[in-house]
Unconditional design. Structure first.
Length: 87
């Protein structure tokens, strides 16, 4: 896996979000605000990142099942579950 050292902290973040935790922000990285919507009624949670230049991007927080599937099907040298965990 190309970025194996990144898997544990990213997995921890996704699990934190999936359990209703907030999304951390870093103004030094150009993020002005991050709004997190918790999963409900069978719908996934998502994060809307607002950058300092005003642009916004929405990211869906994958379910635990999607994370496990992505990890099980990941190919060495490719992003973890790139096809199933899209933004």
């Amino acid at each position: 896996m190309q970025f194996a050292e990144c898997v544990p902290p990213i997995r921890k973040l996704i699990l934190h979000l999936a359990l209703g935790g907030g999304f951390p922000t870093c103004s030094a990285g150009g993020v002005r605000k991050a709004d997190y919507t918790k999963p409900k009624n069978g719908r996934p949670g998502y994060v809307v990142m607002t950058m300092t230049d005003g642009t916004r991007t929405r990211y869906t927080v994958p379910t635990r099942a999607q994370i496990e599937e992505a990890e099980a099907t990941a190919k060495p040298g490719s992003p973890l579950g790139a096809s199933s965990l899209e933004r």
